[in-house]
Design a binder for this molecule. Structure first.
Ligand code: NAP
Length: 470
């Protein structure tokens, strides 16, 4: 699969190409041509010069046509994800399904009127006029996306921007650019004006950093790691920032939990997408009374998560993104073991494959608990009671999402009030959402500015207020 970067809808021919390899066996998944600094500047100029914004109806139609085209090519897109990201085919299929939802909701939202009306004769200082608001597109948005949901993260940036009528320049992860470029091609084929979308791959200093720092870029929407997000915050200058960063989400399991449900949520939350979701379960905080039985059942459940060739239908867990990441996870695991933790199942690594792993007796201060470990690790930490769980849950620098398994409404409500994070899901994994609901974290996980199709459209537009004497 030989693809190109795109400058305002035009394929960029270049001798410089990025070669993308399967994390599973190193085979070549495809290539993409690279952009230069001059291409990056030209893409910004093309976006900011664009004035021929499609109508709401036209924007909705483009998004709908893209959705229909993706429906027709679901399997091909799922296989591209598995091939370049090493994710199990079932994960690629799931991600395509989510992307179809993003497009459906974005097409719906493009049609929705976003104005408000304020009568002005409501105060002694007022008069008989009316103030109206309308949302205007920005001139140029930039989206920078990570590897872990290589299609859906891209859709969550492009869908809302295009629904809002805002031209956007995408810099996808260099680890997973293929499905991103193919997605852009669907949008062009659906009638998107070329100047409304560029997709650029290239050296960080010539593409990503130029995009982030350019004064004509009005918003940078970034999803990725905390260090890169904080660097963007320092260097972007005077512009809007939407930062969706790392997570270290807890699943709290209380003594009164439905045990089957708790075990299923722990396994799904820890192992889906090879544990590489920002909202994956990264710490399982289990109340002491239920801990022995929960642990026994989670080990049994983990046996179901066969790990291997991502393109094999029987595989439930594919690779992590590359061998270096798997080695890092192995190191974190060894550190925990040296500090007294015990590996009950899993832990073996072969290349970029890491077996789903259950770890107990994990000290509260080891790296696996304090920082984000982006892989299929399920560390169990025993807590005394709800208060202990909430204190521990809140003790890290992150604040993305959380899950609480309990049958007690008072415990659920206390957790909702006390957890310092963007989302609390009761009897669900932290990652549960629908694509148009507000989503995003606080603390090191983000600035509290939400994404999800409806909220994201606000990030890609500004409110214009006008008043009339009628
Ligand atoms: P990453 O290393 O931060 O990379 C993310 C993107 O930033 C890539 O496109 C990368 O480009 C680009 N980048 C690298 N250096 C940059 C710079 N100096 N300026 C601007 N952009 C730069 O993250 P990742 O490893 O791909 O993704 C995993 C992380 O994303 C995890 O921490 C995960 O929790 C987080 N995440 C958060 C959310 C959320 O919604 N909160 C969702 C998904 C993932 P290259 O590929 O070219 O290096």
């Amino acid at each position: 699969m030989n693809l190109t970067s795109y400058l305002a809808g035009r394929p960029l021919q270049s001798a410089q190409v990025l070669t993308v390899r399967s994390p599973y066996d190193g085979s070549i998944s495809g290539t993409v041509t690279l952009a230069t600094r001059a291409d990056t500047e030209a893409a910004i100029a093309a976006a900011t010069a664009f004035r021929d914004t499609p109508t709401r109806y036209q924007r909705s139609e483009i998004l709908e046509k893209t959705r229909t085209a993706l429906e027709a090519r679901r399997e091909e897109f799922a296989r591209t994800i598995s091939s370049e990201a090493g994710l199990a085919l079932r994960e690629g299929r799931y991600e395509v399904g989510r992307t179809i939802d993003v497009l459906r909701f974005a097409a719906m939202e493009a049609l929705r009127d976003d104005g408000q009306i304020f009568s002005c004769d409501i105060s002694a200082q007022g008069k008989a006029r009316k103030i109206f608001t309308t949302r205007e597109p920005l001139r140029c948005a930039v989206a920078i996306t990570p590897f872990n949901h290589p299609l859906n993260q891209v859709a969550h940036k492009l869908g809302p921007a295009l629904a809002a009528g805002t031209p956007i320049i995408l810099k996808p992860s260099e680890k997973t650019p293929l499905v991103a470029v193919k997605f852009a091609e669907l949008l062009y084929a659906a009638g998107l004006p070329g100047a409304m979308l560029s997709v650029l791959l290239g050296p960080t200093a010539d593409v990503a950093e130029v995009l982030v720092q350019h004064p004509d870029v009005e918003v940078v929407a970034f999803t990725g790691s905390v260090p890169v997000g904080k660097r963007i915050a320092l260097t972007a200058g005077y512009k809007k920032l939407v930062l969706e960063l790392g997570g270290n989400d807890p699943l709290i399991v209380l003594d009164d939990a439905d045990l089957d449900l708790a075990v299923t949520l722990a396994a799904e939350g820890s192992y889906r997408n090879s544990g590489q979701r920002c909202t994956a379960v990264k710490r399982i905080l289990v109340q002491a009374g239920i801990a022995p039985e929960f642990t026994r059942r989670l080990v049994e459940k983990t046996r179901e998560y066969t790990c291997g060739n991502p393109l094999d239908e029987a595989t439930k867990v594919g690779t992590v993104i590359d061998e270096a990441s798997a080695i890092y996870l192995e190191t974190v695991l060894q550190e925990a073991v040296a500090a007294g933790a015990k590996v009950l199942i899993g832990g073996e690594r072969r290349g970029a494959l890491l077996q789903p792993t259950v770890i107990t007796d994990v000290p509260r201060d080891c790296r696996m608990v304090v920082s984000e470990s982006f892989g299929p690790l399920a560390p169990i930490i025993i807590v005394r009671d709800l208060d202990d769980a909430l204190t521990l849950a809140n003790s890290t620098a992150y604040g993305l999402s959380s899950g609480v398994v309990t049958t007690s409404l008072p415990s659920a409500m206390k957790a909702i009030r006390t957890l310092r994070c963007g989302t609390v899901n009761i009897n669900e994994v932290p990652g549960f959402r629908v694509e148009n609901s507000p989503f995003g974290g606080i603390k090191d996980s983000g600035l509290g500015i939400k994404e999800g199709v409806i909220e994201a459209m606000k990030g890609y537009s500004y409110v214009k207020t006008f008043s009339l004497p009628w």
